[in-house]
Design a protein around this ligand. Structure first.
Ligand SMILES: Cc1cc2nc3c(=O)[nH]c(=O)nc-3n(C[C@H](O)[C@H](O)[C@H](O)COP(=O)(O)OP(=O)(O)OC[C@H]3O[C@@H](n4cnc5c(N)ncnc54)[C@H](O)[C@@H]3O)c2cc1C
Length: 275
C-alpha cells in the first residue's frame, strides 16, 4: 500500500512571550519550531474552544511566531491568553513562497500580512536576494513590523491611506512606481484580497508573475473537509495554497469579490451592483 508520509506535526506549546504590535495585533512567541517555511500556515488550537488557521510569521528552528489580529471570537480569545498558557499547534501546512538565490523580489504587505512577508524577507536576504519591502496601512499606527523590517537591511517603502507615514495613497501605486524603476523578478503579496488582486494586476502589467497567500475559511487544513474549495475549480485552498499564483487566481470568479463563511455563505467585499 502506498501511504504518503504526513510531514506536519501536532504539539502543545507554552506561550513564551507576547508582543503587542498595535492596538489590534499581538505576536505570540513559542520557544519551539515546526519547520515552517515562509507562506505556510499552522492550525492554532485553543483547547475546548476552537481551532483556526494562522500564518507562520517566523520559524528559524528555535523560535516560532504567530501574529494575530483581534477581529472575532477566536482571535479575541487568543488575545486574552498570557505567557505560560498552552495552545495546540498543527503544521506546517500548505504551499510556500519560492525564490532563487540572488533574485530581486518585491514583497507587498497589508495588515497582518506584514508578518509572513517579514519571514520571506528574512530568508530571501539570507539567500542574497535584493528585497523591496512594500507595506501599506490605513494609518501609521496600524503599520506592523516596521522596526523589525528595517533591521533586515531591505529597501522599505511605506504608504498610508491618510498620509500619516510614507506615501499618501495605496501601496499598489508605490509598487507600480518601483516596478517602473527596477527590474523585479517576482512579486509576493499577503494582505486583504482586494489589495492582492490589484498587486496581481500591477505585476502582470510589468510582465512579472505574482504569488499571493489566499485566506479561505478552513476547518481541517489538510484537504479532508472540503470547506475551503475554490469557486469554480473546486481546488482546496489548504492544499493548492495558501500561496498561489496570480495567473491561476485571476481566472476565478471569486477573486477579490467575496469570501465564504463557516456555513459556505458568500460575503461580498463590496456590495454587488444591482442588475
Ligand atoms: C491560511 C490562513 C492564514 C491566516 N493567517 C492569519 C494570521 O496570521 N493572523 C490572523 O490574525 N488571522 C489569520 N487568518 C484568519 C484566521 O484564521 C481567522 O479567520 C481570524 O482570526 C478570525 O477568526 P475569529 O474567530 O476571531 O473571527 P470570525 O468571527 O471568524 O471573523 C471575524 C470577522 O472577520 C471576517 N473574516 C474572517 N475570515 C475572513 C476572510 N478570510 N476574509 C475576509 N473576512 C474574513 C468575518 O466575516 C468577520 O466579519 C488566516 C486564515 C487563513 C485561511
Amino acid at each position: 500500500m502506498n501511504i504518503k508520509k504526513f510531514d506536519s506535526r501536532f504539539e502543545i506549546l507554552s506561550i513564551a512571550k507576547i508582543v503587542q504590535e498595535n492596538e489590534m495585533t499581538k505576536t505570540f512567541v513559542f520557544e519551539s519550531s515546526i519547520g515552517g517555511k515562509p507562506g505556510q500556515f499552522l492550525m492554532m488550537w485553543i483547547p475546548g474552544f476552537d481551532e483556526k488557521p494562522m500564518s507562520i510569521a517566523f520559524d528559524d528552528g528555535k523560535e516560532l511566531w504567530v501574529t494575530i489580529c483581534a477581529v472575532g471570537p477566536f482571535s479575541q480569545k487568543m488575545h486574552e491568553l498570557k505567557v505560560g498558557d498552552k495552545v495546540g499547534v498543527r503544521g506546517p501546512l500548505g504551499t510556500h513562497y519560492k525564490f532563487k538565490a540572488g533574485e530581486h523580489l518585491a514583497l507587498v504587505a497589508g495588515g497582518y500580512g506584514a508578518a509572513p512577508m517579514y519571514f520571506v524577507a528574512h530568508e530571501a536576504v539570507k539567500a542574497k536576494c535584493k528585497v523591496e519591502f512594500l507595506i501599506g496601512a490605513r494609518n501609521k499606527d496600524l503599520l506592523l513590523y516596521g522596526q523589525k523590517i528595517l533591521g533586515l537591511g531591505v529597501d522599505l517603502h511605506i504608504s498610508t491611506d491618510d498620509g500619516s507615514a510614507g506615501f499618501k495613497g495605496y501601496i499598489t501605486q508605490v509598487l507600480d512606481k518601483v516596478m517602473d524603476e527596477k527590474k523585479i523578478n517576482q512579486v509576493f503579496t499577503c494582505g486583504p484580497e482586494v489589495m492582492m488582486k490589484v498587486v496581481g494586476q500591477v505585476a502582470e502589467k510589468h510582465g512579472v508573475e505574482a504569488y499571493m497567500s489566499m485566506e479561505k475559511y478552513m476547518k481541517c487544513g489538510i484537504g479532508v473537509c472540503g470547506q475551503c474549495a475554490i469557486d469554480d475549480k473546486g481546488d482546496l485552498c489548504c492544499k493548492k495554497g495558501p500561496v498561489m499564483k496570480w495567473s491561476y487566481l485571476k481566472k476565478l470568479p471569486e477573486m477579490g469579490q467575496y469570501h465564504r463563511d463557516a456555513q459556505g455563505r458568500k460575503h461580498y467585499f463590496f456590495k454587488p451592483l444591482a442588475k
